[in-house]
Design a protein around this ligand. Structure first.
Ligand SMILES: NC(=O)c1ccc[n+]([C@@H]2O[C@H](COP(=O)([O-])OP(=O)(O)OC[C@H]3O[C@@H](n4cnc5c(N)ncnc54)[C@H](O)[C@@H]3O)[C@@H](O)[C@H]2O)c1
Length: 423
């Protein structure tokens, strides 16, 4: 079967991580794509990615500054890894040119941007996939199977809380700017997706949101990147962080305290605090009518703890006994070396590559089979709407329904962002 001609749009941190994921799929003998073009207005980023493509695939791709130049590579599909302000313009242009699209999360910078992308996908008949990675973690797949089998009975409540970060920059300046994808969207959209993946649609949200740290600090600024420990995700961001300012003003809220209600009636108590000083923590648990699941950090490989009403605890291979028909999909099974996993142990960059490889396997199979991707435009829009539901509620001071946010009837918080995008 001929391989799909793929172009990369956006060659920063995630563009590089995606290429490492594609190379992982290639090494596993499962890659349906030929990476033939890379595109970034920052030429040094595009050239860097082109060199990695050449290393892994043996062929140097076309280096372009924009989609028009990329078109010379006769593309069939693109992978969009620009910062979120450009997702919708790049996706719309790509689909108009007849290319199928996988875009990084958040699908669009606002709900309105997502709606424009969905409408274009419908009109052009192109496939639009969202590269949402957390749900594809094999341990989260097992958690979903346990929930669907009813091991903890009917889910009643979920706790999702994380706190840490203090006043330090999280990865990059743009993640602290409201008009560029503030931190509660950048990280929150992953959590919104996983909430709905586990427990179904969220219908309403009440939140208090805050901007605690109005100045953020970047300890890597001005340093020699070769002297820095590679602490950023997959160790790819340090070279850019050294060029970013040592301190800057933050305009995006950095803490959300929320109550989310699911269509099922279950309730989630949600804390996402990126400005917490002192001891940080991360906690996710689901309580049902017959037991509870304590869930490990996404991409950690750590096991789930299942506690049943009678006090019995399962946190090892016996978890699999509850889901005899549970099987990971083919690509995940090959990449993680097993089709029934309850834990795994790889260094983070390797886990990151494998999970991104799964996203590509799904995107490629969806193109070949003419089926929707796992995380389609609807799911991508919903997770953006749930995250903005918290920000809209915090702004308005009352409960909002996800329906009013998803239909763009409630958008007061987003209006400044839409205006800055010209939407
Ligand atoms: N799924 C995850 O775990 C995860 C992790 C990190 C980032 N992301 C997402 O990936 C995306 C990129 O994040 P990042 O950390 O790589 O940001 P980044 O700032 O490191 O890189 C963005 C790149 O896009 C380029 N760019 C900007 N406008 C462009 C355009 N019009 N055409 C082509 N290139 C353009 C920039 O020059 C830069 O090289 C974001 O949507 C982010 O939310 C996802």
């Amino acid at each position: 079967m001929s391989r799909i001609r793929l172009g990369f749009i956006g060659c920063g941190g995630m563009g590089h991580r995606h290429l490492f994921g594609l190379a992982e799929l290639h090494r596993a003998g499962l890659c349906p794509f030929d990476p033939v073009a890379v595109c970034d207005p920052r030429e040094e980023n595009a050239v860097s990615l082109a060199s990695h493509v050449e290393n892994h695939f043996g062929v140097r791709p076309l280096v372009a500054r924009n989609p028009e130049e990329m078109a010379k590579a006769e593309l069939q599909a693109v992978d969009i890894c620009t910062d979120p302000r450009h997702h919708h313009t790049m996706a719309v242009e790509a689909m108009e040119r007849g290319w199928d699209v996988m875009t990084e999360k958040p699908m669009g910078l606002t709900v309105r941007a997502c709606r424009i992308m969905s409408e274009t996908a419908r009109r052009t008949g192109r496939l639009l996939s969202v590269a949402e990675n957390y749900r594809r973690d094999p341990v989260n797949r097992l958690a979903k199977a346990l929930l669907d089998t009813g091991v903890i009975g009917s889910p009643r409540s979920m706790i999702h809380s994380s706190a840490g970060g203090g006043n330090r920059m999280l990865i990059s300046v743009w993640r602290h700017q409201k008009n560029a994808s503030g931190i509660l969207l950048d990280v929150g959209v992953h959590y919104s997706d996983i909430l709905e993946y586990f427990l179904g649609p969220v219908v309403s949200v009440y939140a208090q949101t805050r901007l605690h740290e109005k100045i953020r600090y970047n300890p890597a600024s001005g340093k020699d990147p070769d002297t820095l420990p590679k602490n950023s995700p997959a160790g790819v961001y340090e070279k850019w962080q050294t060029q970013m300012p040592a301190e800057f003003a933050a305009t995006a809220e950095d803490a959300a305290h929320a109550v989310l209600v699911f269509a099922s009636g279950a309730v989630c108590q949600y804390l996402e605090d990126h400005a917490a000083h002192g001891r940080g923590f991360w906690h996710r648990a689901i309580y049902g009518s017959a037991g509870s699941l304590d869930l490990p950090g996404d991409r950690s490989g750590n096991p789930i703890t299942l506690t049943l009403s009678d006090g019995t605890v399962h946190d090892g291979a016996s978890l699999l006994d509850f889901v005899p028909s549970f099987r990971l999909d083919d690509a995940t099974s090959v990449l993680f070396a097993g089709d029934r996993l309850w834990r795994y142990a790889f260094p983070f960059p390797e886990t990151d590559r494998k999970i991104i490889a799964i996203e590509y396997a799904d995107f490629g199979q969806a193109i070949r089979d003419g089926r929707p991707p796992e995380v389609d435009a609807e799911a991508g829009t919903r997770s953006v709407a749930v995250s903005y539901g918290m920000l809209e509620s915090g702004y308005a001071g009352h409960v909002v329904s996800v329906e009013e946010v998803i239909t763009d009837r409630t958008n007061a918080y987003q209006s400044e962002i839409n205006e800055s995008l010209g939407l």
